[in-house]
Design a binder for this molecule. Structure first.
Ligand SMILES: Cc1cc2nc3c(=O)[nH]c(=O)nc-3n(C[C@H](O)[C@H](O)[C@H](O)COP(=O)(O)O)c2cc1C
Length: 122
């Protein structure tokens, strides 16, 4: 966990890549996000955030369709960004239709590339 925190501090952009499980991210990603309090200096008289200003993007897969599947997680991350002074940079998601091919369509790959380009824009 210590190394992940250092990677986050060193990064310009954080991409949260996770399937949607029970309307949110995986338990492992949730555990990592729960450590974000260590990056916010809100204890005692301290103020500010060690990761303020960094971009945050989401890449996700889900069984239900589009917004219905992703809205709770995306809303949570948007609020976390606001709370921590991060810049929410958007989400790319693909519906998993129980078939690996649903991740490998030309439009899915092109969409991922476009999203990566968007995240890399300064
Ligand atoms: C434990 C579990 C919970 C899931 N919960 C949801 C959910 O709440 N909403 C949804 O749209 N899809 C849900 N799904 C479907 C997954 O998001 C989807 O199949 C995803 O691509 C699985 O990725 P994985 O193969 O890496 O686990 C769930 C799947 C699993 C295994």
């Amino acid at each position: 966990m210590q190394e992940i925190v250092q990677d986050i501090v060193n990064a310009d952009c954080i991409v949260l890549a996770t399937p949607i499980y029970s309307w949110y991210c995986t338990a492992k990603m949730k555990a990592m996000l729960d450590r974000h309090y260590g990056l916010n200096k809100y204890y005692g008289s301290a103020e500010g955030s060690l990761w303020a200003g960094k971009k945050v993007g989401i890449i996700t897969t889900h069984g239900y369709e589009g917004n219905y599947a992703t809205e709770p997680f995306e809303m949570g991350i948007k609020r976390l960004c606001k709370h921590s002074g991060l810049e929410y940079a958007g989400m790319y998601s693909v519906q998993d239709e129980d078939d690996l091919a649903s991740f490998q369509t030309e439009s899915a790959v092109a969409g991922e590339r476009d999203f990566a380009d968007k995240l890399l824009e300064t």
